[in-house]
Write a protein that binds this ligand. Structure first.
Ligand SMILES: Nc1ncnc2c1ncn2[C@@H]1O[C@H](COP(=O)(O)OP(=O)(O)OP(=O)(O)O)[C@@H](O)[C@H]1O
Length: 241
């Protein structure tokens, strides 16, 4: 049975954003996507990032996942200063240290569910081939989609595809799991089941940052960070009773 190997709450933050700015050039104008954002997330936390369309949520997620770089400021993830890495080193780091789940699943259409989950391990050259297969099977089992192992994404339901996508995101035992509106394309039942599974992973120590507008997601997060026009306007801790 797959269990998250992430460490429970630790004093060192898994994520540290300091004075982060991100601007995009639009002809002669500049679009300020993020302005002076500071954020810390500790191991085993589930933090939801919310805000209106265009407030900068995906930009934060892209910076955390090493998919984009800040215009100014520092992005530290799992002890690594991402701004210090070359493109090549950043790509290698990304493959090993973060797992990302997208709204539209983004599975490789010509690969089976099992092959999709094995792919990040193959690319990272992690674990012997036999172990990669066993690990992928354990992940699919954990996510409740082992019977779908040999199926192509197009022959699976949306809920099944998203579970496979979560298994793929966990393949390299990432320090950080990121999710961009992961329930946005699921019906209520599948969305709730997916959130249950993600909640179990967090309870085992997985650090999770999720962008969402969905109130049912925000209710489950330990903490919500609200963005407006690229700035953090609210940090809300949930009371656990
Ligand atoms: N590649 C880009 N080029 C130019 N502007 C961009 C680019 N990416 C994002 N932006 C701008 O940066 C701002 C923040 O965008 P971002 O996608 O982070 O917002 P968001 O909160 O995720 O929005 P949504 O909820 O609609 O996905 C917006 O004004 C957007 O137009």
């Amino acid at each position: 049975m797959y269990r998250s190997t992430a460490q429970p709450l630790s004093p060192e933050p898994v994520i540290r954003l300091r004075g982060v700015n991100k601007t995009y050039a639009e002809g002669s104008a500049r679009c300020i996507a993020l302005a002076d954002v500071d954020l810390q997330v500790f191991g085993g936390e589930f933090v939801a990032i919310t805000g209106k369309s265009g407030s900068g949520k995906s930009t934060v997620l892209n910076l955390l996942g090493g998919l984009d770089r800040p215009s100014a400021g520092e992005v530290w993830v799992d002890g690594q200063a991402l701004q210090a890495l070359s493109e090549r080193a950043l790509a290698q780091w990304r493959g090993r240290s973060v797992g990302i789940v997208f709204q539209f699943f983004q599975l490789m259409p010509t690969l089976s569910a099992l092959e999709n989950v094995m792919l990040p391990m193959d690319l990272a050259g992690r674990w012997p081939a036999k172990e990669r297969r066993q690990r992928a099977q354990a992940l699919l089992d954990r996510l409740g989609v082992l019977p779908q192992s040999d199926k192509l994404p197009s022959t699976m339901s949306g809920g099944q595809q998203q579970r496979v996508a979560v298994a793929r995101a966990l393949a390299n035992a990432p320090a950080l799991l990121l999710a961009d509106e992961p329930t946005g394309n699921l019906d209520t039942h599948n969305a709730s089941a997916l959130l249950d599974l993600l909640g179990e992973l967090v309870a085992e120590g997985q650090t999770l940052v999720m962008v969402s507008h969905d109130p049912s997601v925000l209710r489950r997060a330990g903490r919500t960070v609200t963005l407006e026009d690229g700035r953090v306007i609210q940090r809300e801790e949930r009371c656990h009773v």
